[in-house]
Write a protein that binds this ligand. Structure first.
Ligand SMILES: C[S@@+](CC[C@H](N)C(=O)[O-])C[C@H]1O[C@@H](n2cnc3c(N)ncnc32)[C@H](O)[C@@H]1O
Length: 259
C-alpha cells in the first residue's frame, strides 16, 4: 500500500491537473484549487487502495484522457474496492493463471488493470460492452497489452448476442483470432438478466460474477435482494466462493465457481 506520493507521482499528478483545468466534459469550469483537490482525492484513493504499483503510468494517463467526471466514476472507492476484491479472491482460489477471459459489460476495461495489481495473469482478455463510446478508452487503458499482439481488446457488442463457446475476434490489423473462453467475468450483473446471460456460458467455464443490491442507479434493472438471491440466480454447478462486502449504503455480492 502506498500512502505517500513520490516525486514522479507528483509530476504525473501535475499533468492531470493541467489537462483537467481546460477539460470540457460538461462539468462546470472549476477553480484551479478545486481541480487540484479533486485530482488529488482520486490519486490518493487509487494509491492507497491498490496493492502494487502496476501500470501506474497508464492510470495517470487515463485520468488525463477521460477527465474529472469519468475519472471520479471509474476510480470511485467502490470500483477500486470491488475489483481488488475480485483479484484477491482469484489469487486465494489459486486462479492466478487464466487462459482466455471474456469480460461482460466491461465498461472502461479496468478489470485487467486490477487483476494485474493482484498478481492474476492471463493469456487473452476480451472486454465486451454495448456502449461504443468506452471502447477506445478501454483499449487505451490497456495500451501495453493491446500492443502485445492484442492480448487485450475491447469490443462493442450486446453480450446477449455473443457466442462464448467459439468466438471470432476481429483485430484492427485485419487478422482474426478464434477464441474459446475458459473464464467469464461479469461485475455488471445488476445491469443484466443473469439467468439469461448464464445460458450463453458453456458448462465447466470458470465464472466470477458480482452484483449489487442498489436499485437506484439508472441501468440497475436487476438488483439482488441479498447474497442468497444472487447465488440462486447464478445457479452454478460448483461453487468455489461466495461473499458480500458493504460499500457505503450498498451491498456487493460475489460468486466464483464453475457454470
Ligand atoms: C456502468 S458499468 C458499471 C459496472 C459495475 N457496477 C461494475 O462495478 O463493474 C455497466 C456496463 O454494463 C454495460 N452493459 C449493460 N448491458 C449490457 C449488454 N446487454 N451488453 C453489453 N454491455 C452491457 C453498460 O454499457 C455499462 O458500460
Amino acid at each position: 500500500m502506498n500512502d505517500i506520493i513520490n516525486l514522479e507521482q507528483i509530476r504525473r499528478y501535475n499533468r492531470v491537473v493541467r489537462s483537467w483545468f481546460t477539460f470540457t466534459d460538461g462539468s462546470k469550469n472549476d477553480s484551479l484549487e478545486n481541480v487540484q483537490k479533486s485530482a488529488l482525492r482520486i490519486v490518493m484513493r487509487y494509491l492507497n487502495l491498490t496493492p502494487t504499483e502496476v501500470d501506474q503510468n497508464q492510470f495517470f494517463k487515463m485520468l488525463e484522457r477521460i477527465g474529472p467526471q469519468n475519472s471520479e466514476a471509474l476510480f470511485s472507492e467502490s470500483q477500486i474496492h470491488s475489483k481488488v476484491w475480485l483479484g484477491k479472491t482469484l489469487i486465494e482460489l489459486k486462479c492466478n493463471e487464466l487462459d482466455n477471459v471474456a469480460i461482460l459489460g466491461g465498461w472502461y476495461g479496468h478489470h485487467p488493470l486490477f487483476l494485474r495489481h493482484c498478481g492474476v495473469n492471463y493469456k487473452q482478455v476480451v472486454s465486451f460492452d454495448k456502449d461504443s463510446t468506452c471502447i477506445s478508452d478501454a483499449d487505451f487503458l490497456n495500451g501495453p497489452d493491446l500492443e502485445q499482439e492484442f492480448r487485450f481488446k475491447a469490443v462493442t457488442g450486446d453480450v446477449f448476442s455473443l457466442n462464448l463457446e467459439n468466438y471470432l475476434l476481429s483485430l484492427p490489423n485485419g487478422n482474426e483470432r478464434e477464441l474459446v473462453f475458459q473464464t467469464v467475468i461479469c461485475t455488471s450483473c445488476e445491469h443484466l438478466d443473469l439467468p439469461k446471460l448464464l445460458k450463453l456460458v458453456p458448462s465447466g467455464v470458470l465464472v466470477a460474477l458480482q452484483g449489487s443490491d442498489n436499485k437506484d442507479y439508472v441501468g440497475h434493472d436487476f438488483a439482488y435482494r441479498d447474497l442468497d438471491d444472487f447465488k440462486e440466480k447464478c445457479n452454478l454447478s460448483t461453487l468455489h466462493y461466495s461473499g458480500e462486502i458493504s460499500l457505503g449504503p450498498d451491498k456487493r455480492f460475489m460468486v466464483v465457481g464453475r457454470k
